[in-house]
Write a protein that binds this ligand. Sequence first.
Ligand SMILES: Nc1ncnc2c1ncn2[C@@H]1O[C@H](COP(=O)(O)OP(=O)(O)OP(=O)(O)O)[C@@H](O)[C@H]1O
Length: 354
Amino acid sequence: MTAAAGGLGGGGGGGATAGLAPDVVLSVRDLRTHFVSRRQTARSVDGVTFDLKRGETVAVVGESGSGKSVTSLSIMRLLADPGRIVAGEILHRDRKGVVRDLARASAREMRGLRGTEIAMIFQEPMTSLNPLFTVGDQIAEMILLHERIDRRAALERAGDMLELVEIPAARRRLHDYPHHMSGGMRQRVMIALALANTPSLLIADEPTTALDVTIQAQILDLLRRLQREMGMSILFITHNLGVVAEIAREVVVMYAGRVVEQAPVRDLFARPRHPYTEGLLACTPNASRDIGADGARRPLLPIPGSVPPITALPPGCTYAPRCAYAAPACTSTVPPLFTVAPAHLSRCLRTELL
Ligand SMILES: Nc1ncnc2c1ncn2[C@@H]1O[C@H](COP(=O)(O)OP(=O)(O)OP(=O)(O)O)[C@@H](O)[C@H]1O
């Protein structure tokens, strides 16, 4: 694969970059990531498009298997074999204003970008933390990878990072091993590690899913504060629409590898326009929606059925087999994304019914 950075670098024009607004840090354009084997093709991500502005948060939401993680791993270029980006662009603007198409960046360029410009946090902190080293050493090591300072200065900075993520007695905890810490504290250490080099983009893949509700709220608060202070952009991956309302300004709803609805958070909650989003909202615990006009609690209703296997999608709208509004036309045509309101897209032939 050839490096495209030279051609796009500097934001000096050139086809793709020319259309990138100056406040956009990440522009994913018609991304297609497939897993092709001799027996079958999994179109795990099939035409995903969204923009993420500086200092803002976009949430990607959907049930298990909808393609959220494959989208984030495509951006990081950490796809497992035989996963390949087969089409589309992933334009990223670094802190110096240089725009690269990550879909075409070389492995060497990606190594330089991961951890400095683009960082990732996961549901399970132990996927990022090494059990054999103290948390201080791990954060210092991350800083030393990208900065020419001495070890003592790096450890000092690691202490600052632990303070930044509000770990009590931070400097003393530098010498702890990850397994000495609670799940919530480990998640804070992972955030410190991810933010050690002040990335322009943080990808957070279900970072609060494994935590109890109180700790979850604290971690979301922390991410919001750090985002305000550091000005980074966050791509937040979750299956939980309740969390989306807390953190994001814009939502991308995915189903079976495709975007089915995309809108500012408020509009999506006020008036979901795709039956799948309506279904997700109906099974999301949320105070304002759980209580009906009569004051009675509404039951949370799961969406019937499950996401179809990505290698055997039904023809037409892939949600039609589960959809209460499905009409005969839905099973013959893949609907395009319709603009149903300003900045609000829905991939449904019957959007007007909602
Ligand atoms: N290595 C792989 N080989 C083949 N198919 C894969 C591979 N990795 C992912 N897929 C398929 O891609 C589809 C999307 O998976 P993905 O992990 O992105 O879903 P997700 O929405 O993130 O779900 P979850 O919330 O469970 O992580 C799934 O159908 C999955 O089976």
